[in-house]
Design a binder for this molecule. Sequence first.
Ligand code: NAP
Length: 472
Amino acid sequence: MSREILINSAYILASILFVLGLKMLGRQATARRGNLISGIGMLIAIVVTLLDHHVVNYTWILVGLGAGTVIGLACAYLVKMTAMPEMVALLNGFGGLASLIVGAAEFFRIRGGTVVPENPTFTATVTYLTILIGGITFTGSVYAFCKLAEWLSGRAITFGGQHIVNGLMLVATLVAGVVYVVSGDPQTVLLAFAVYTLLALVLGWTLVMPIGGGDMPVVISMLNSLSGVAACAAGFIISNNVLVVAGCLVGTSGVILTAIMCKAMNRSLANVLFSGFGSAPAKAAAGGEGAIQGELKPISAEDTFAVLEAARQVVIIPGYGMAVSQAQHVVRELAEMLEKNGAEVRFAIHPVAGRMPGHMNVLLAEANVPYEQLVEMDAVNPVMPTMDVAIVIGANDVVNPAAARDKSSPIYGMPIINAHEARTVICLKRGKGTGFSGLENQLFLLPNTRMLYGDAKASLQGVVSEFKSLAA
Ligand code: NAP
């Protein structure tokens, strides 16, 4: 069997493993195996690529492999679960940068006469696309990282004519691209290359600038998709089939996730990208149409226990605060005690609760909460009025009734978990802190709401000890 056939057969096997792995990632029960299977696919792809006769020097590959392994291991051990979105943003950014470097390297190889492309127009076009998309992905992801890590303000930064400036830059990039592809003059080609590379890097930054921190998950998922498209284009440059396939898979899965997240917030992608959501200061609780007046009513762990002891239908709604306090294990303990006490317990999961897609699912799975107890927003909302108690653990934006009632609220129209419809609502949070959107939450002021103040884990431990002392 020729080396070419062997390599391409292995690439097909790797691609099949990617697809199988992705499919298995869709269900919690098979997700770990799916991750492993995709990883094996990637290992096969890398090892087989190294057999390619185009590889003339392994030194830099080994240096890259060593550096990547060390950085990857350090990240796996050191990066906290709550910092995963930033991490993903950086990984997307590096993916974009890698593609950009491949494109630039090919440009200089051709310019230096090291290689002569078989189809110069095609090679120039994919090189341009790789650098354009890779550049935008790189700086856009770095900016998203800085916003999420709070190195830069999370607020949307807007100014008059911003979209026109961005539009003009985009047009200039396209013109430079056309000149790059059609021009035969080496100096003009070099100039066009420099112009569109620079503009792509600037555009990544300026396109993310008017998007608020609350929308960063959507942006990151979109940048993830772009990093896949850039990798796919880079695959065409170096004629590597598995890179084309892997790039397409990343590109399409990123688009699907972006669409799911936009749907969860009841907003279009255009609204997320161009509306400047999050540039205005947060509104006060009392303002706006449909606003509810009221006062915050604290409750103690003992009284919370008394309410829960009598409850038969309980829904637990976790949010970012549960992740911060790492309360998932004590939440599971409380759920078990409620069940022993005769209550039916559900966990209501909002698609954008926490700080990354699936954040709550991951934490609850870590604490061995049975997957069957997890209910999605659409399934739990119709039965919410039948719930005796809704326990809101460090969730805020995803249970903010302003999204349903207050037409003037920036989050009006975003689907929420209707915690306010439960007979009693117990909200666990440390104080008067707002959620990610910076908006006040009228749920906390409703007559049927009680506030259990303190770190969520400590508060829940207090309630659990009450249950334990009852059992003793
Ligand atoms: P949230 O609106 O950010 O609210 C979290 C609440 O937790 C805060 O009000 C805070 O109040 C409380 N809290 C923080 N630490 C706590 C602790 N140790 N113990 C108890 N409470 C604590 O959270 P969410 O309801 O989950 O909503 C998620 C938000 O993040 C949405 O706006 C979403 O768009 C955005 N987002 C989502 C993702 C994603 O992919 N899921 C990614 C990035 C951003 P106190 O300060 O008073 O304690």
